[in-house]
Design a protein around this ligand. Structure first.
Ligand code: GLU
Length: 471
């Protein structure tokens, strides 16, 4: 029975790199009908952020990463750690460390002066006092070589120089992460510990502690860092890693984010990029997680989200889109909005793009805007055309659309006919019409846009643009 856990420290929001760890642990548990445990590692009171726990749970829930047990909170388990600390004391494997911070600093400095990493085991106090509340407790290590297997990184080994004495209970009575997680993983019967690369250097210490406690180590899997988009750094909050809930607010779909995160450093051995959650559950495996850091790529996420948006029924999309329409859309009818969605579904990547893509359906283009777009058109071919010629094109367009029923096909037929008649290019005629009816540089497919806008708006806009050109 596989049991995995996600063990965040509530020090702020959950970012996209962090939640990938949760996803991989969840996938591994789900594929064997195992359990996924949520454990809040809140033993560092100085870094504790109020609301963080709630925020983490909301992020996991939104993504559908349901935990089967928990949330356990380490702050509510202090008695348990005390008992286990006592076991170590009784076995002669922990000692109270009554030295002042200044004294410890001296030890660090003298090692630094000899250009040696500090090893506290070389400076054990001769007669440590009995452990009392308010005194840190330090693990008494037994330095030796280690060889172990990491489910992602493969076979690893280290020498005795990395095994040292470390604090297991702090002066405030709270255990350290290094100690508490070992006790908890054991008591919670965790079979696979999946965590980020930053903990890899500590593994020999942990192995030493498992032995001292007479415990077997769970299977260990180290996930390489998610790398920041630019530069060679790991993605971190400081380097702009976004809160998972930001993506929720921007209208990304949870299934797209899951797909994106799962394929950030994992593949199934084929070129496949789109995976449903069920497919991920059945196909995921730790041995196909890549050893090197995977680069975060927000464009890829948008592309993926666009894929999932295209897969929605328009009725589903319209429910999701409800809170994303521009303010100007308040008075618009549901039918009008539905037609707009049908038109833009193809190119919509996430819902927060909605106002930018659809504003012109609800608001009239301004004269200034239209004038500016004709003066500096993005369409290169339109650049060289004189204003009176453009005005003429608009006039002809109005005329040919006058008797249209405004079905898309009819519009297409009429405007293509006009194109042939005027012997001009689509990049000229259609660009000229686009500016007039949308007041934007780019729009959804033009004939569909004209059809959705409807006769009244289109006629009004064409004649207004014409007046602007003729001024
Ligand atoms: N509390 C640690 C963190 O937030 C968890 C590390 C682990 O999974 O063991 O990074």
């Amino acid at each position: 029975m596989i049991r995995t856990r996600f063990a965040p420290s509530p020090t702020g929001f959950l970012h996209v790199g962090g939640v990938r760890t949760a996803l991989f642990a969840w996938l591994l548990a789900k594929q064997s009908n195992g359990q996924f445990i949520l454990r809040i590692e809140d033993t560092d009171r100085s870094r504790h952020v109020e609301e963080s726990e709630k925020h983490i749970m909301e992020s996991l829930s939104w993504l559908g990463l349901k935990w089967d047990e928990g949330p356990y909170r380490q702050s509510e388990r202090l008695d348990i750690y005390k008992q286990w600390a006592q076991k170590l004391i009784d076995a002669g494997r922990a000692y109270a460390d009554a030295r002042t911070p200044d004294e410890l600093d001296k030890i660090r400095k003298s090692s630094a002066a000899r250009k040696k990493p500090v090893l506290f085991r070389d400076y054990r106090p001769d007669n440590p006092p009995d452990w009392q509340p308010g005194m840190p407790l330090r693990f008494k290590s037994e330095p030796k070589k280690y060889k172990w297997h990491d489910e992602v990184m493969g076979d690893l080994s280290t020498g005795p120089e990395v095994v040292d004495d470390f604090i297991i209970v702090k002066s405030d009575g709270f255990p350290t992460y290094n100690f508490a997680h070992i006790v908890d993983d054991h008591l919670m019967k965790v079979t696979h510990v999946i965590r980020s690369q930053e903990f890899l250097p500590s593994v020999p210490k942990f192995l030493n502690l498992y032995e001292a406690l007479g415990l077997d180590s769970p299977a260990l899997a180290t996930l390489p860092y998610v790398m920041a988009e630019g530069g060679n750094k790991k993605l971190s909050k400081r380097d702009g890693a976004k809160d998972v809930l930001d993506y929720k607010n921007e209208g990304f779909l949870p299934e797209a984010l899951i797909n994106f995160l799962a394929t950030l450093g994992w593949n199934d051995g084929t070129e496949q990029e789109i995976f449903s959650v069920d497919e991920l559950i059945s196909k995921f495996s730790l041995d196909r997680v890549q050893k090197g850091g995977a680069r975060f790529d927000e464009h890829r996420l948008s592309w993926m989200d666009g894929h999932y948006i295209r897969d929605l029924k328009t009725t589903e999309l319209s429910v999701l889109a409800q809170n994303y329409w521009p303010d100007a859309a308040k008075q618009a009818s549901p039918e009008y909005k539905q037609a707009i969605l049908e038109l833009i579904q193809e190119r919509l990547k996430y819902l927060a793009e909605l106002p930018g893509l659809t504003g012109f359906f609800f608001e009239e283009p301004t004269d200034d805007n239209v004038r500016e777009l004709y003066a500096n058109p993005v369409d290169k071919q339109l650049k060289n055309i004189d204003m009176p010629i453009i005005a003429n094109m608009l006039r002809s367009s109005m005329k040919t659309l006058e008797s249209s029923n405004f079905n898309r096909d009819d519009i297409a037929e009429r405007l293509n006919g006009l194109l042939r008649q005027l012997q001009t290019k689509p990049g000229i005629l259609f660009a000229a019409i686009r500016i007039a009816v949308t007041g934007t540089k780019s729009s959804p497919e033009l004939f569909g846009t004209i059809s959705v806008l409807g006769k009244e708006k289109v006629t009004k806009r064409l004649s207004k643009a014409l007046a602007t050109l003729e001024k």
